[in-house]
Design a binder for this molecule. Structure first.
Ligand code: ZN
Ligand code: ZN
Length: 386
């Protein structure tokens, strides 16, 4: 890769890092991406699902089409890195490395634009609002697959804890399905000294909280991952009254849809059972946020081959993460893979989503080269396998 492009990507990345924007507000970020695409002479469409941009590069000779996706949004975190390129926006920070994803996809655009050794269409997808899990969905609802057909899709996430520049291309589930849980228990208030006149919502909450813990241990196959975490509890503030109502909140995570459905059904069953046992009413809302991210095995294989082709160290084995990723919505419609590219050591205080986080500029060339190469390899792949 030309030294000039490496330096350009670092400058792009640092500009984006210094000027982060929250999910659904990626105005200047998408302006920046549009300006770079115009310089490269690559046609694009703006405002796809909010501030999303889809650019299309076509070379005659093949009707196949591959999507490469980068997310553009930042997080509501006050940066504490003290770096020269630290965020200039109060309370907003690129703490998940989406600045690096965007810069390296622009780098891949530059590589592909200057490379005649491929044919077909590559769609460069600059996605908004990943951190709220709504950007991919919005792009799809606004007709992404109808207006920009693709046969396969690829993306990466930078991954602290994996050596810098090492690529993990894993088949099957790699990131979790998520849902928010909201529970309202309504009983009957009474004087705390006359509890027989109450229907104790707080006692019901206690039984509910402990019984929900049994789901992961007793209702789910021990070889399947499941998390049910109740994290908030709101109730009365009066010492001498049995409270009328309790609100509980939390989240769940699973690595596949079957386990998700099982966990949801168990939560509902336990709520109904406790309600009956304790004579209270329990209203349960489970709001699904993100689907599980599942890599098609042959797509993971193409992703690994592309990593080998660019000379990057590669592994096909890495434990899935129970974090979630809305690239899953793209993968629920078309096959593809999300790989992890090592960001280097996972230092305390500099984890993803922490105020000390910074994307490692040294991995930009690997990331851009892998994105360009995986598109070329996937365009060449036997369509009968997909
Ligand atoms: Zn994130
Ligand atoms: Zn992220």
């Amino acid at each position: 890769m030309a030294e000039h492009l490496k330096q350009q990507m670092v400058a792009w990345r640092r500009h984006l890092h210094a000027n982060p924007e929250l999910a659904t507000f990626e105005v200047s970020t998408s302006d920046f991406v549009a300006a770079r695409l115009s310089e490269l002479g690559i046609p694009f469409q703006r405002n796809v699902g909010g501030h999303g941009i889809v650019a299309s590069l076509t070379r005659a000779g093949s009707s196949r089409s591959i999507g490469l996706r980068a997310d553009m949004d930042a997080l509501p975190i006050q940066e504490q890195t003290g770096l020269e390129h630290a965020s200039v926006i109060d309370g907003v920070m690129h703490a998940c490395g989406h600045d690096g994803h965007t810069a390296s996809l622009l780098g891949a655009a530059s590589l592909l634009a200057g490379d005649t050794d491929w044919s077909g269409t590559v769609r460069l997808i600059f996605q908004p609002a990943e951190e709220r899990g709504i950007g991919a969905k919005a792009m799809i609802e606004e007709g992404f697959f109808e207006n920009f057909p693709v046969d396969m899709l690829f993306a990466y996430h930078n991954w602290p804890g994996l050596p810098a520049g090492k690529i993990a291309a894993v088949a099957g589930p790699v990131m979790a399905a998520g849902a928010r849980i909201a529970i309202r228990i309504t009983g009957k208030a009474a004087h705390a000294a006359m509890p027989h006149q109450s229907r104790d919502a707080l006692a019901a909450a206690g039984y509910l909280l402990t019984t929900l813990q049994s789901i992961a241990g007793r209702a789910v196959d021990p070889l399947q991952a499941a998390v049910v975490s109740i994290t908030t509890l709101e109730t009365g503030a009066v010492l001498n009254q049995v409270p009328e109502a309790v609100k509980l909140g939390g989240l769940m995570r699973t690595l596949n849809v079957a386990t998700r459905d099982r966990v949801e059904a168990e939560i509902e069953r336990i709520c109904n059972g406790i309600a009956m046992a304790m004579g209270v009413t329990i209203d349960l809302t489970i709001q699904r946020t993100v689907l599980p991210t599942v890599n098609a095995p042959y797509a993971a294989e193409i992703a690994a081959r592309a990593a080998e082709a660019i000379g990057a160290p590669v592994t096909k084995e890495l434990e899935p993460s129970l974090a979630s990723e809305d690239f899953s919505y793209f993968l629920s419609r078309k096959p593809g893979a999300l790989v992890w590219i090592g960001n280097g050591e996972d230092l305390a205080g500099r984890e993803l989503h922490s105020p000390g986080y910074d994307f490692n500029d040294e991995i930009l060339p690997v990331a851009a080269s892998w994105l360009a190469e995986v598109a070329k390899q996937a365009l060449r792949a036997n369509p009968d396998l997909s």
